[in-house]
Design a protein around this ligand. Sequence first.
Ligand SMILES: [Zn+2]
Length: 304
Amino acid sequence: MKLKIMNLLVIVYAVMVAVTVLWILVGSGEGINTDERIPEAASVEFTAATVAAATIEVSEPPVSTVPSLTQPLPDLTEPPETTTTQEEVATMPPFHNNIDPSKPMIALSFDDGPADATLRILDLLEKYNSRATFFVLGERIAGREFILERTVKSGSEVAGHTWTHRNLAHLNEKQIEKELLDTNKKIESVIGTAPSFYRPPFGVFNDKVKNASRNAGLAIVNWSVDAGDWRSRSADCIYDAIINDAHNYAIVISHDLYDFTADAMERVIPELVEKGYQLVTISELMYYCNVELEAGKVYFCGLY
Ligand SMILES: [Zn+2]
């Protein structure tokens, strides 16, 4: 019995010694070096990562996400509120989303059509994602309605150039008004909307013409760059005239009656686009120049 107690005491003593030795080794740090298990580089990385994470949290607080979580989701069953009335939409100029207001733009315009050359010019405009304004003669529309329809469908615009192409300075006010309104009615009967401006034949205007235009509710739009196509009858000269005089916000006049004008446009349109000009309608040009056309007033380009 005594021997058993002695053996038990020896075992207890041995266990106590073992625990003490283990405690000394761990406590002194000689057995497991924590610094060696986390190398210096890793420690630096960890520190930098921690700082970076802290910086991101500070510089990019989740301000944008937190409120959205606390705000109620929009009710998608309700139509969005709009402040634009139907009347305002009807009077807004055509807007094409490929226009960059910060880049140069030019409005090409073609008088005296509709004609066969109109179709060639529309082909070119479409090819280069461009548009123009076509000042048509009322008396030329019958039988060529499809040209006006195609003009509008391709994003270009139609405006009046009087019914008979007479010099308006030679007419009285009532006659002038009739020239303008008959043409506008005919255009409206084809494309569904009446233009708000027109171009007088030969660009001629005086106080009488301006009064009649005001009474008809139409602004007068002339040009700042003359292609001189009816004078030169040369595609090369037309090209030179337009390219040499082209300027930002210009309105260019030429005529879609002639094949030589369409020939010139095969070079003019890609060249202007290459130079960085956006080819827009006169309505678009005025819109981006913040010009609100007034009936009876005369305009030459987007600047004056
Ligand atoms: Zn004309």
